[in-house]
Design a binder for this molecule. Structure first.
Ligand code: SF4
Ligand code: MG
Length: 327
């Protein structure tokens, strides 16, 4: 399968008055064509910063991509100009967020906001773009599209606005859709509909999805491949079946304690005792050691590297180090 997005050794740091926060710290992963990759982890683990780094949305003065390669469709995004990145966004690569309201302009109609990227990126005439906007609204499952184009964002519900965001995102047939908690603000029934819609477009168009979520139910339902992040690091990754059936990292095992079933939704999840360490107090170690019931002395002194444990599954944990040495 062709690789659409390849992230290598990406580090995004923020300088604060108290010191440097390594929000994303040397992570690598790939997204292949037609695949849905989910990045999962608790709030503050670096998953949104990863998405923003890819989209070129880390803007100074405090935030900076320190190093790494973001290779999208055979272009290193970190070497592109601001203008080239802007061209890419909303064209080959689109993004939807948790709060659609924050991405829509309150003083423009829904129609104007769908039409704009069609005119800019797809070079459609105003008339054709308007027609396409009506089709797109219908495609995302909203009735009376002719009426909706004339509405303003505040006149629509959260679920409808997220559908509009999806319409805008897919309007330019992106190769990659990045969705950051796209259903978190919605009620459960609407969540399921939005996920269905994303899956439908993915299947029809062959686009890839990078889905950021803290919700393992969403992961179970959507993911082909899963990346588990903790304190800015990837601690485990693998094919969804392998990862759900045989989680290796104690953090992943904790996340999965309530056992969401693959391809089914579930709401209440077990929460792991303890807290994520302060990003300002990290020393070389496994950052999960304070919360880990298997913690050994090496865990507090050295950082475990992310390694292949079995085919299609990598883990960063000292528990598996011996096994790695002996295979
Ligand atoms: Fe637990 Fe040690 Fe593995 Fe970290 S490296 S998850 S502390 S056993
Ligand atoms: Mg977030």
């Amino acid at each position: 399968m062709t690789t659409v997005l390849s992230i290598e050794h990406l580090s995004t740091h923020f300088s604060t008055e108290e010191g440097t926060v390594k929000a994303v710290d040397d992570i690598s992963f790939q997204v292949r064509r037609g695949e849905t990759v989910c990045i999962v982890g608790e709030s503050g683990c670096g998953k949104s910063i990863t998405a923003m780094s890819i989209m070129g949305l880390i803007e100074g003065p405090s935030g900076r991509i320190i190093e790494g390669i973001i290779d999208f469709d055979e272009r290193d995004l970190l070497k592109l100009s601001k203008h080239e990145i802007r061209n890419l966004r909303g064209n080959d690569m689109a993004m939807i967020f948790q709060e659609p309201m924050s991405s829509l302009n309150p003083v423009l109609t829904i129609g104007e906001q769908i039409v704009e990227p069609l005119i800019i990126h797809q070079k459609l005439s105003k008339k054709v773009a308007h027609q396409r906007a009506i089709e797109l609204i219908t495609e995302v499952g909203i009735a009376r599209a002719e009426h909706i184009v004339k509405s303003y964002p505040h006149e629509l519900s959260g679920g409808m606005l997220q559908r509009i965001m999806i319409a805008i995102a897919i309007s330019c047939q992106p190769k990659l859709l990045i969705a950051d908690e796209p259903t978190t603000a919605l009620d459960v029934t609407i969540q399921a509909q939005i996920l269905d819609l994303l899956r439908k477009f993915k299947d029809e168009s062959g686009m890839s999805i990078l889905l950021i979520t803290h919700d393992l139910g969403v992961v179970a339902e959507m993911a082909d491949y899963v990346i588990v992040m903790y304190s800015g690091k990837v601690v485990e990754e693998g094919e969804v079946e392998a990862l759900f059936n045989h989680p290796k990292h104690p953090y992943t095992q904790g996340l999965l304690k309530s056992k969401p079933v693959i391809h089914e939704r579930q709401d209440e999840l077990y929460s792991i005792p303890g807290q994520v360490p302060s990003p300002l107090e990290l020393t070389p170690s496994c950052y999960f050691h304070d919360r880990c019931e298997h913690c050994m002395s090496i865990c507090k002194a050295e950082e475990p590297a992310l390694k292949d444990i079995v085919p299609q599954q990598k883990v960063a944990c000292w528990l598996y180090e011996e096994a790695v040495v002996h295979v």
